[in-house]
Design a protein around this ligand. Structure first.
Ligand code: DGL
Length: 271
């Protein structure tokens, strides 16, 4: 009954942690494509090829349902996977929709027409590929009207986090927030549209100021998966073992993951 969780690297661990807390009885198999991170500077075909390869490895681990805990893959590859690649007995879910449902005050899966919502000015922080895809704006337009979105591509932040250089990551976050504020001085809400960014959430909040509500994905995705599995319990795959797979150096990745999650995490080689 395992569920797969995929990210280009360490960022999806922020989602995994929330999933494990919300659904402690479910074994999760995590796949970090650390050898190929960051995805945010790759083109859509490249992200699609890497994401589908990782998804196939998670099928092998007994996961019929794979959560793309990566906004870049959700933006650049998910729709194509769902429309023309996934076999009928497999599912892939992204991390965008739960976040947008929360922002637009909707219940899970409420597909009613777009309507006015409380928030009017939203700052989106994401990778260059996610920003270029405009997937966030597209999903938002299905659900809300009259929301002004200013997107800031946060080049370099994922690389710095993957390298464990948190001082550089902090400096980059502050400079990206400054750049955003020059374009939108008073956002009502800010979206952390990359699963690496919750590792820097305090810095985003501090740089944005206390009046800006910061939305990050981990708990929202966990709630929406719990709801999904209640409706579709058959999507719990045959796997019974939890595990952590990486395409990078397992020792190095384990050390970083242990540091981020503040508990021992042991990755093994994906292949
Ligand atoms: N955590 C991924 C995301 O949510 C990072 C993408 C990257 O590797 O650049 O977008």
């Amino acid at each position: 009954m395992a569920v797969g969780v995929f990210d280009s690297g360490l960022g999806g661990l922020t989602v995994l942690d929330a999933l494990q807390k919300r659904l402690p009885e479910v074994p999760f198999v995590y796949f970090g494509d650390n050898a190929h991170a960051p995805y945010g500077v790759r083109d859509a075909d490249d992200v699609y090829a890497l994401t589908t390869k990782a998804t196939e490895r998670l099928w092998e681990a007994g996961c019929d349902l794979v959560i793309l805990a990566c906004n870049t893959a959700s933006a650049a590859a998910l729709r194509r996977m769902q429309e023309s690649w996934l076999p009928t007995d497999k599912r892939a879910l992204g991390v965008f929709v739960p976040l947008i449902e929360a922002l637009t005050e909707r219940q899970w899966g409420d597909n009613s027409p777009p309507r006015e919502v409380a928030v009017k000015h939203v700052a989106l922080f994401a990778t260059p590929a996610t920003v270029a895809s405009r997937a966030f704006q597209r999903e938002l337009a299905f659900r809300a009207i009259g929301v002004d979105v200013e997107a800031q591509a946060c080049g370099g932040v994922v690389d710095a986090i993957e390298e464990g250089d948190m001082i550089l990551a902090e400096a980059l976050v502050r400079s990206h927030v400054d750049a955003l504020k020059r374009k939108m001085p008073t956002p009502g809400a800010a979206i952390l549209g990359c699963t690496h960014y919750p590792l820097m959430e305090d810095i985003f909040q501090d740089a944005l100021g206390p009046e800006v509500k910061v939305f990050s994905q981990a708990n929202l995705v966990a709630e929406s998966l719990a709801d999904y599995l209640e409706r579709r319990p058959n999507m719990l795959g045959a796997g019974t073992e939890s595990g952590y797979l990486t395409t990078g150096d397992p020792r190095r990745v384990s050390d970083r993951a242990t540091q981020f999650l503040r508990r021992k995490v042991t990755f093994t080689a994906a292949w």
